[in-house]
Design a protein around this ligand. Structure first.
Ligand code: KDG
Ligand code: MG
Length: 409
């Protein structure tokens, strides 16, 4: 099973996605996701101009060996660009292995630990009443857990709001901005947002009682003491988890939060290697590990880290936003099925264009994700359709505080 070629396909069926395609000399093709939102071209260049040179002629069956070669054998390692490139390679190799043995990926990872995966979606409301309506709509399709966001009224300026970026696709507002808007950051006030968070959460609990799971992603907007105060006040509303209360490497910040509340804490979409998350896992500072399989080097390191987390009672809740492709969603779902410590899965709706490019056998229905028994990742890529949706430069939003200084968003 020698590797004959490795190519990349950049496509934009609604959002930009970078696909890695590896073909073996005997004609087996595997696909992986190497999308890094707003940095797609950097990853593409790393793959096309550098990493592909190491792969040609290697045995596609030696996944761990290739992973090690690309990770540390090439000396420069880590960081989102290289780890996303490596993830694309890793997923494509697992896809090949599944096809070679005629087995769905989860079988190669040890087989099913469960029949279906509980999923949650993003819900956004301009006001708290809009948010409750949006939750009711989503409840109709069986969803039982929601990652809620909202806009906060600026108490000092009539008509202005502090807008939380979100990915509630049905509302048509996504987190990325177009080229012309890069230099136009929005204004942000964490104190006003922090108060509103408590008000909105209280309203949601009053409205829906304890029947739904509530997740809030504070996206590193708080300082450690603000985060600890928020976690403490949110305690009485029984969140499913509070995500990214502080920056991912701020261990002392996490300790401060832990010392003041029992609100479950989730972290992980910015982690790139086990070194980033070992201390929070071992010291029990987090309850859910939100690795992004596409930015963490793929399936191989995610399985290893999930096993470490399992030993410490930490559950896996992979990052699953719309800025990684259905190939990544399939890869993480296979892992979710195969690990004992699965927690919950973030999921997104598909639009028509996305379904034209990616024909996936991993489906959401009535609150849960199921998977069909097709070899490998179970996603066919329509390359002709992919090439028709050409790349459109998009960037992540930026925030500044009232004084004009850069603020985490
Ligand atoms: O590209 C950034 C997004 O993936 C991120 O903002 C989404 O935080 C996010 C989440 O939890 O889905
Ligand atoms: Mg997040």
């Amino acid at each position: 099973m020698l590797i004959k070629s490795m190519e990349t396909i950049l496509t934009c069926p609604g959002r930009n996605y970078l696909i890695v395609k590896i073909t073996t000399e005997d004609g087996v093709t595997g696909y992986g996701d190497a999308t890094l939102n707003g940095r797609e071209l950097s990853v593409k260049e790393a793959l096309d101009s550098h990493l592909s040179k190491y792969l040609v002629g290697m045995d596609a069956e030696r996944i761990t060996d290739i992973w090690e070669l690309v990770y540390r054998g090439t000396y420069w390692r880590g960081g989102p660009v290289l780890m996303t490139a490596l993830a694309g390679i890793d997923m494509a190799l697992w896809d090949i292995k599944g096809k070679r043995y005629g087995a769905p990926l989860y079988q190669l990872l040890g087989g099913r630990c469960r029949d279906r995966l509980r999923a949650y979606f993003h819900v956004h409301g301009h006001t708290k009443e809009d948010l409750a309506d949006r939750i009711r709509q989503r409840m109709e399709d069986g969803c039982t857990c929601f990652r809620y966001s909202f806009d906060t009224k600026d108490s000092r300026q009539e008509g202005l709001y502090f807008n939380q970026p979100h990915q509630d696709i049905s509302l048509g507002r996504r987190i990325e901005v177009t080229e012309g808007n890069i230099g136009k950051p929005e204004v942000w006030d964490t104190e006003e947002y922090g108060h509103d968070l408590i008000r909105v959460t209280s309203y949601l609990r009053d409205t829906f009682g304890g029947s739904i799971g509530l997740i809030h992603d504070s996206h590193e907007r708080f300082t450690p003491i603000q985060a600890a105060a928020a976690a403490k006040q949110l305690e009485r509303f029984g969140l499913f988890f509070l995500e990214d209360p502080v920056e991912p490497v701020n261990v002392q910040g996490l300790e401060l939060i832990r010392g003041h509340s029992v609100t479950p804490i989730a972290m992980g979409e910015l982690y790139n290697s086990m070194k980033d998350c070992l201390i929070p896992i071992e010291r029990n500072l987090i309850d859910y590990l939100r690795l992004d399989i596409s930015h963490y080097g793929g399936i191989t390191p995610s399985m290893k880290t999930a096993a470490v987390a399992e030993n410490h009672g930490v559950k896996i809740a992979f990052h699953g936003p719309s800025d990684i492709s259905p190939l990544a969603h399939a890869a993480l779902a296979h892992v979710d099925f195969a690990i004992p410590n699965f927690g919950i899965q973030e999921w997104v709706d598909h639009n028509e264009e996305l379904d034209q490019v990616f024909h996936t056998n991993v489906r959401y229905e009535n609150g849960f994700i199921t998977i069909r028994d097709t070899p490998g990742l179970g996603v066919e890529v329509d390359e002709d359709a992919a090439r028709e949706y050409t790349y459109k430069p998009k960037f992540l939003p930026t925030l500044r505080d009232r004084e004009g200084a850069v603020h985490n968003w």
